[in-house]
Each structure stands twice: as C-alpha cells, then as structure tokens.
Design a protein around this ligand. Sequence first.
Ligand SMILES: Cc1ncc(COP(=O)(O)O)c(C=O)c1O
Length: 413
Amino acid sequence: MKNADLLKIAKTYGNPVYVYDSEKIISQFNRLTNAFKGVKRLRLNYAAKALSNISILRLMNSLGSGLDTVSIQEVQLGLMAGFKPESIIYTPNGVSLEEIEEAAKLGVQINIDNLSVLEQFGSKHPDIPVCIRINPHVMAGGNSNISVGHIDSKFGISIHQIPHLLRIVELTQMNINGIHMHTGSDILDIDVFLYASEILFETAKNFKNLDFIDFGSGFKVPYKEGDIETNVEELGKKLTDRFNTFCKEYGKELTLAFEPGKFLVSEAGYFLAKVNVVKQTTSTVFASVDSGFNHLIRPMLYGANHTIENISNPQGRERYYSVVGYICETDTFGNNRRINEISEGDILCFKNAGAYCFTMASNYNSRFRPPEVLWHNGKAILIRERESFDDLVRNQVDVKDLFTTAKEEIAVK
Ligand SMILES: Cc1ncc(COP(=O)(O)O)c(C=O)c1O
C-alpha cells in the first residue's frame, strides 16, 4: 500500500487503526496453492485465530479456503461468514467434552488432541468421524510460546501413545478420518516440516479410513525487506512428491491440508499510530505513540520485530529511536530503531500487523480497541468500528447503592 493511502485512512478513521490489504492476502493464498499444485486434493484451512474479522473470513471463503478454528465461537463466526460446516475443522486444546459435542452438532470436522476426550467422545459418538492431533515430538518455532510440537508441549497425542490410541479406536469402533500435527509458528527450515511429515506418514499407516492428512502450519514470513522466510515453493515440490508417493502406498488419493494463519494475513496488515510525545532522555530518544501492548502485544510477548516507518516524513533524516506506547508498564515496540526523523503528530506505520495483532488486543488501561479497515480494489472499507465508552461498560453491572447501604449499616452498628 502507498503511504498516501495509509495517511488518508488515518485521517478518515482516526488513529490508532489497523489496515488490511486484500490484494496481499489473495496473492499469498494463490502462492501457497501454486506451490502445491502437484497435489490432486489440496485444502487450505485459514487459521481464524490470526485475524477473525468476518469480512476477512468472507474473503477467505470466497477464495475457496476452508477454516481452522480452536473455539466454538470461532466455529460460529465461520458459519456466520458463510463457510459450510464441512469446510471447518475444529482443533481445540483443553476444552470440555460438552464444547466438542456442541461443535460436532454443528457438523464441523472434529480434531481431538488427547486420549481422555477421544475415549469419551468415541464411546458416545462412534459414528462421528474424528481427526486426531499427533504430537510428533519435534522442537520447532520462532519462540518457546509458539513451539507446540515438542515433548513437553500440552498439544497433541504423543506418538509414543499410538498403541493406547489404537486400542481406544478398536474398542469404541470410532472412525478416524484424518490425522493432524502443528509443530509451531515461524518455522524457517523446511526440513523440519519434511521430518515431521515422515512421522505423520508412519502414523497414518495405522488407520484404514483416512480422508486427509493435515500438516498444520508455521510458515515463517519476512518481517523486513530481504528477511528470511520459509521457502514454500521448495517445500511444495518436496512434500508433494513424498505425499503422492505415500498416497500410492496407502491406496487412496488423500487430501493434503494446511492451516496457515500468519502466511496469509501477516504482511497484509498495517497498524497506524500517532506520535504523542518525542522525549529526549539521557540515554535515548523515545517516541511515544497513542497505543501500547493493548493493541500490539507481539513485540512484548514473543520479541517480534515489527518494522516501524514514519510515513508522515519518509524523506526525513534517519535517527535512532525507542518507540514505546502509552501503557502504564514498559511497552517497547522497538529499541534503537533507525527511523526518518519523528515529530509529534507524525503517523508511524507498524508492518506485519495482520496476524495476531487485533485478535490479541485488549482493553487494558480502559482504552478502546481500534477500528479495522480493509483496503480492497483501491477503496478503504470500514470493517470494524472503534470501540466507545459504552462498549467498555456494556457488560459491567453498576450496582449503584451497593456500598451506600454498607456505609449505612456500619453507621447503625
Ligand atoms: C493448530 C494451529 N494451526 C494453525 C496455526 C496457525 O499458525 P501460523 O499462524 O504460524 O500459520 C496455529 C497457530 O497457533 C495453530 O495453533
């Protein structure tokens, strides 16, 4: 997107504001689809958690994507956005059997990641096909919080528990129609995917009625120009060959599924915030913006390095800044960043703000969550309004005379 378009959006809708470029989302979707064009049955299930605005879900649906969900609410959002139940996979972790049964009633593909629930669900609903999430014991991912396929992780059924799993399947007579893994996010090395895939193929041989194998996600995207990223084209070639060979051995054309979040929406997003204060201290120059980890927590949570540009003064002399927020705790977006000279009132643009930014936003410090704007066919479309004070207090029960009464009672005593 051009700086002028972003500045115009900030002027129209105020700041801070999130902006998403539909063209980038579409090109990423096509890029991944092309990388796996040698697979007869490919399915991309967009991971709703990355960015769950209904307009984004509708866009994904229009592209022919399926949907990967982790909560009953994400399932409901997907259905509301027009996804057919059979295009939705529900992969919860640590939720109640009741929630899984509710999702099953809605007709979505259930993916179970522990033996306790598998046994209970299989005993009660042997006719509902189930996918199982395997923990392949692979350490992968850009940060410990997003490495989820290793031996100490809470996710998935350990590959060492396959004998127990098979016993449950045999005794309950349930139908396992898919196997799944997701080892982490920000995985650069395609050998990690290929190695973990071998574990899935090995596991798959134990099940006779599979329809699909889901390889999860975790593709690393670039965070600045020239940055390293997962080579999805090379992965596409290698995994396609291996997958097609496996299908021949298995005796059935299976669906190869992925569930990308970041890959599809990260680079499409821009977060715009205004500089309130430029503060020279003895050690640095702080640029404080009208936002904080209430709107963009990834730098503080994962050490994510979002490129920050001053789009109000793109030709200005470059200087070093610490860009911080207005929250009552240390909320540093970036230290020692070389940015075109910043003045108070300038608009800073945080790149890669499409994935896990709005969806992780909160009302901390009683601030409003910002609006979301979709940039589509050269037009800005508001897809979420900025919150208001009414939104902040909507569910609070303001019991006005609660403490007046207490005061009176104390007075009487
Ligand atoms: C089960 C599952 N699938 C897919 C994803 C999406 O991962 P990414 O955003 O790295 O593509 C996640 C992310 O946490 C996940 O937990």
